[in-house]
Write a protein that binds this ligand. Structure first.
Ligand code: PLP
Length: 308
């Protein structure tokens, strides 16, 4: 198979059966998003947002692109912006792992680091990203750059409605359930919307950190958890509770254990949100015995984490 350019490596990821992890009677599949050039599911949103910004004439070649990122959106935008001929500045909270900062710089982007508000190293909270977003917005205004605004940008949801959902549907029309954790919500919302438009019986389940289960309980006990890139103790602007048939919470210990099993037993060296998705999928299948075919997202590679 020959791809004509780097951008063609975004989208069209395979599903892999997690045969070493699945429980008896359940076919559990992971969508291998970490195989994309930025190393995560966020390449899809980055690509769609830049394509749409050009089409809507909000962005021209050579213009600076600015975004707040926990790392994965930054890597995706670094890859995409370079191919389109736009400089990219990633504004990141200092709590993100040094690997992420290194990757974004290696991909040719600049990085501006902001202090943490109430998070700690390796644990970036909603307040940390709100502050980084404010800084990113100010820089974009000052430099006349394009501010991506991933939490509010509808192209992030459309990326998954247009691509992730259709790809899963094409590969596994007999899907019974879909599970994803929630950062901006783009992955969950866009994919769930598409799958339900094809078959409203497909169950769509969001995964959340137990200590910051705002979508499930409306409360946050502790904003700190290990599932980087998700669980920001806020309800994402595009959140649509009608799409979530259930919300499954997971603890840091469960996530750590499953993330380790995915690499040790399944040969999938992935980050914590992938572990969170897989453990949530298994929990859901355990309480819903009729579920046979369940799909979840392997969001990013373990190479991006100091602690993995
Ligand atoms: C590791 C990881 N997993 C999951 C997500 C969630 O993706 P979304 O923003 O589409 O909800 C992100 C988002 O940045 C992420 O970095």
């Amino acid at each position: 198979m020959i791809k004509q350019n780097t951008l063609e490596l975004i989208r069209q990821t395979p599903l892999v059966k997690l045969d070493r992890i699945s429980k008896e009677g359940v076919n559990l599949y992971g969508k291998v998003e970490f195989m994309q050039p930025g190393g995560s599911v966020k390449d899809r949103a980055a690509y769609q947002i830049i394509l749409d910004a050009y089409e809507m004439k909000k962005l021209v070649k050579g213009q600076l692109v600015v975004e707040m990122t926990s790392g994965n959106m930054g890597a995706g935008l670094a890859v995409v912006c370079k191919q389109f001929g736009n400089p990219f500045l990633a504004v990141m909270s200092k709590g993100n792992s040094p690997e992420r900062i290194k990757i974004i710089k290696a991909l040719g982007a600049d990085v501006f680091l902001t202090d943490q508000v109430d998070g700690s190293e390796g644990m970036v909270t909603g307040n940390d990203i709100a502050y980084a977003s404010q800084v990113a917005k100010e820089i974009a205004q000052k430099e006349k750059g394009f501010y991506v605004d991933q939490f509010n940008n509808t192209s992030g949801v459309m990326a998954h409605f247009n691509t992730t959902g259709p790809e899963i549907w094409q590969d596994l029309p007999e899907i019974d359930a879909y599970v994803a954790s929630v950062g901006t919500g783009g992955t969950f919302i866009g994919t769930a919307k598409f799958l339900k438009s094809k078959n409203k019986m497909i169950k769509c389940i969001a995964a959340e950190p137990e200590s910051a289960a705002i979508l499930k309980t409306g409360r946050v006990e502790n904003p700190q958890h290990i599932i980087q890139g998700t669980g920001y103790s806020l309800i994402p602007p595009h959140w649509d509770s009608a799409l979530a048939d259930d919300i499954i919470t997971v603890t840091d210990t469960e996530v750590q254990e499953m993330t380790r099993r995915l690499s040790h037993e399944q040969g999938m060296y992935v980050g914590y949100s992938s572990g969170a998705n897989v453990i949530a999928a298994l929990k859901y299948a355990k309480i819903n015995q009729e579920i046979r075919n369940i799909v979840t997202i392997l969001c990013d590679t373990g190479y991006k984490y100091s602690s993995l």
